[in-house]
Every structure is written in structure tokens, then in C-alpha cells.
Design a protein around this ligand. Structure first.
Ligand SMILES: [Zn+2]
Length: 460
């Protein structure tokens, strides 16, 4: 049993892992669209076959009301520690096909990058976990390895809490290794110690049952777009702070030490942002840096506004409804349910009394801060440092991975987070891609983690 044997095996088997990745990327496992339910299942079954035939793992598919959860187990020595490897095999919808340079579900390699929906988020990361486990096992490492692969992350993991409660005994582990957090830049290996949570909403405001002539009724008829704008415009103040009373009450303040850690993470300057995205200026809380606003401060973001007529020319009507989607990214120790109550109360106070409306609470997920002195965090830092020959960055990520808080709450398993998706990989957008040399290094780092974790945990 040696790490060198495992790393050699890993290198020899690269073509095989590449084929796995390409096959996996061809399955359009879009969890949000019911039309793809069968494809999501096909992705789970494909993984089950690889884990069973190629890794010789014991595999179970657990059905849920939506998409199955895959559990796999590679038993090691009874006294050895247990690591749980997390991944999600579902992907976002590809969006408009004309925005893609190649077909989203037919992987293409250009300039050392593989292009396909789900390449970075997170099919390549799942294959990297499987490759690391394969290499560790081939080299005889008697670590207990479990896989938890879900198909609902991109829709907020709605089935996961119940699965975790019911299958707790299967999932018990010393740590969960989660590579869904990405890295801060090429050659900047990163350990993520913070994630934002989420509370997502849909607001529907109603005017007359059908749209009406604005010349005949405008002036007396309640306009739902006007009402929505009136209420929603109160959610932020002129500086971009969120004006909902109590919104910031539970936010853990940033310490000076943490601000120093965060200042090392690269982020586009305002000048670069103008160039790159064609914006006028950054917005938000002026007392925080743009990076801090995106990873360590909460937000309230509008995602879509639908109502009335937006076709060519003018159509002078009083619309019958307005629909707005928005969500809050949350930071420790904000709770999604409390934020929901506060926003509802605030809208009740500010929505004009002359319209009917409803607010739907779509999904809630808890924010996460992982203690930096957690031993597996040190193990992960070591594995990344030995692979890249440089100290990894400690980063907070503005995104949300609901499973991290759920695993802690329902199974008592802490997570450590990393990943090998680069910031420019366009996850969720068109032309998503994974940088292959970084992916291959990532496999090495994960393999090292498994060995170091076994060594440190042996006999504990
Ligand atoms: Zn992801």
C-alpha cells in the first residue's frame, strides 16, 4: 500500500477516466425540467454501473419523490476512518442553443478544456472522486470510502434532508469531502471554508382578471406591475443595503483577520469588470470590498420580472398580473425561515392595499462556516499543497451547497470543501467547460487526501 503506487495507477488510467467523463457528459441530467426525469435517472444508473463494475463498490439507489440518491460503499479495515465523498450528478438546463459553440451534451475538447453542460459543475469533479477512490483501492488503501451522489442539488436538494434522516446509519462518516466549491484561479488551489445559504421566492401580484384597455379603465383599475414595483423598490436603500427590518440581525461580523484572508482572493477590479461585462459600476454596501459583498455579506437579488406586454411597439393595457422571482443569499447565522418571515411581513406593510398578491417561498438552505482548525481541513490543505507545490488559498464562496449544512444537521458529519472548476468555467451559463490539466491535478490531490486522511485517522 503506497501513495506512489496509487499516483502511478492514476496516471496510467487517465484515458479511462477521460472516457468516463465523456460518457457521463452525454447524459442530459437536467433536474429542474420534468421532461428529463428519465435522463436524470439514467445518469444515476450510469454512475451505479461504474461504481459497481469498475470500483467494485456496493451500490444502492434510493428513490425519492423526484430524483434518486446513489449510495456506494467500499469497505476498508474495520478500525480505519471513514470518508464520505459527496457529489451531485444533476445539471442546470443548457439555456439558448445559439449561445453555445458546440452541442451542450456532446463534449468537445478545445485548448485543454472540455466543453459541455455539467463539465465543471460537477461531473468532472465526480469522476475525479471516483478516480481517486479507484486509485486508492487499487493501491490497497484500506480506508472506508462511501459515496453520496444526489440528483437535486441544482434545485435546492429538496429530498435530501429526509433521505439523510432515514439513512443516517449508512452515511455515518468522520468527514465528508465535497469538491463542488471550485478554485480561486488557475494554479490557485483553494480550500473553501464558507458558503452562503439561500432563501428563494416568487411574488405574484394580481390586477383585473383579464387585461383591460388603459384608455377606458386606466386611472381607476389597479395595476399589478405598479404595485409590485412600489413594494419591491422598498427592499433596498439608495446605497444597496437591504432595508427589511431585522435582515442583518443574525449576521456574524467579519473579523479583521478574516478580512485579511479574503483580501488574498482574486476578484476583478471595477475597471476590469467594466471591460469584461460592460457594466457601469459595482453596487452594494460601500463599507465592504466587492469580493466581501459577494462571499461574506447577504444579498437580495431579483432574477426575473414578468407581466403585461413587452412585444414590439406599444399595447396600451392595464395588465392582469405581475410575477417576480427573487432570492436572498444568506451568511452565518441567518436562517432562511426567519428571513422568509421578515420579508413577508415587510411586503405586507408595503404592498398597496388595492391589489391581491401572494408570496411563495420556493426553497431555503442554510449558510455554512467550517472551523479552520478542523483536522480534515489541515489534511486537505496538505494534499493540495503537495500537489501544486504551493500553499492553498482559504476562500469563502458566495454560492450555496445545501448538502453541507444538511449533512451536519441530520447526520452530524462535517464537510471539507474544495474543487477544480476555474472561475471562468461558465458554470450555469453557455459554453461551460472544465480545464483538463487542473482536473488531472485535482485527482492527484484527492488521492493524496485519502491517503493522508487514513494515516492521520488510523487507530483513532
Ligand atoms: Zn454544483
Amino acid at each position: 500500500m503506497s501513495l506512489d503506487t496509487a499516483l502511478l495507477y492514476l496516471r496510467k488510467n487517465q484515458p479511462r477516466y477521460r472516457r468516463w467523463l465523456e460518457d457521463f457528459l452525454r447524459i442530459p441530467s437536467i433536474s429542474t425540467d420534468p421532461a428529463y426525469k428519465g435522463e436524470v435517472r439514467r445518469a444515476a444508473e450510469w454512475l451505479a454501473r461504474r461504481l459497481n463494475y469498475d470500483l467494485h463498490a456496493h451500490v444502492q439507489l434510493w428513490d425519492t419523490p423526484r430524483h434518486p440518491v446513489l449510495f456506494a460503499h467500499l469497505p476498508g479495515e474495520i478500525t480505519a476512518p471513514t470518508v464520505l465523498l459527496y457529489g451531485h450528478y444533476d445539471v442546470q438546463p443548457p439555456g439558448r442553443s445559439q449561445d453555445w459553440h458546440s452541442m451542450p451534451f456532446e463534449p468537445v475538447i478545445r485548448d485543454d478544456r472540455i466543453y459541455a453542460r455539467g463539465a465543471a459543475d460537477m461531473k468532472a469533479q465526480i469522476i475525479a472522486l471516483m478516480a481517486a477512490a479507484d486509485a486508492a483501492r487499487a493501491a490497497g488503501l484500506p480506508l472506508n470510502i462511501k459515496f453520496l451522489l444526489e440528483g437535486e442539488e441544482e434545485i435546492g436538494s429538496p429530498s435530501l434532508p429526509q433521505v439523510l434522516r432515514e439513512r443516517r446509519s449508512h452515511l455515518e462518516a468522520d468527514v465528508c469531502l465535497n469538491p463542488d466549491a471550485g478554485m480561486a484561479g488557475e494554479d490557485l488551489p483553494s480550500v473553501t471554508y464558507g458558503l452562503r445559504g439561500l432563501a428563494a421566492f416568487e411574488l405574484r401580484v394580481y390586477g383585473p382578471q383579464e387585461e383591460l384597455h388603459s384608455g377606458m379603465y386606466g386611472g381607476a383599475m389597479p395595476n399589478p406591475i405598479q404595485a409590485a414595483i412600489q413594494a419591491l423598490s422598498r427592499l433596498h436603500d439608495a446605497q444597496g443595503r437591504i432595508a427589511v427590518p431585522g435582515f442583518y440581525d443574525d449576521v456574524v461580523p467579519l473579523t479583521e483577520e478574516e478580512r485579511k484572508i479574503l483580501a488574498q482572493i482574486p476578484f476583478p477590479t471595477e475597471e476590469e469588470a467594466r471591460e469584461k461585462w460592460g457594466i457601469v459600476a459595482y453596487t452594494g454596501e460601500p463599507e465592504y470590498t466587492p469580493l466581501e459583498r459577494t462571499v461574506a455579506r447577504p444579498t437580495l437579488e431579483f432574477h426575473g420580472f414578468l407581466g403585461g406586454y413587452v412585444g414590439a411597439g406599444s399595447k396600451t393595457i392595464v395588465p392582469s398580473s405581475a410575477t417576480v422571482k427573487f432570492s436572498c443569499r444568506l451568511v452565518p447565522n441567518q436562517e432562511p425561515d426567519t428571513i422568509h418571515e421578515r420579508i413577508r411581513a415587510y411586503l405586507e406593510a408595503h404592498m398597496p392595499a388595492w391589489v391581491k398578491w401572494e408570496l411563495e417561498y420556493l426553497v431555503g438552505a442554510w449558510p455554512v462556516l467550517i472551523p479552520l482548525d478542523l483536522p480534515p481541513v489541515q489534511t486537505l490543505k496538505q494534499a493540495l499543497a503537495d500537489t501544486w507545490q504551493k500553499e492553498p488559498l482559504l476562500v469563502r464562496n458566495g454560492g450555496t451547497i445545501p448538502a453541507v449544512a444538511f449533512l451536519q444537521q441530520h447526520v452530524g458529519v462535517p464537510s471539507v470543501l474544495t474543487g477544480f472548476a476555474l472561475p471562468d468555467c461558465n458554470m450555469h451559463g453557455p459554453n461551460e467547460h472544465q480545464h483538463l490539466p487542473t482536473w488531472e491535478k485535482g485527482m492527484e490531490a484527492l488521492t493524496r487526501f485519502l491517503f493522508y486522511f487514513f494515516e492521520r485517522g488510523k487507530g483513532v
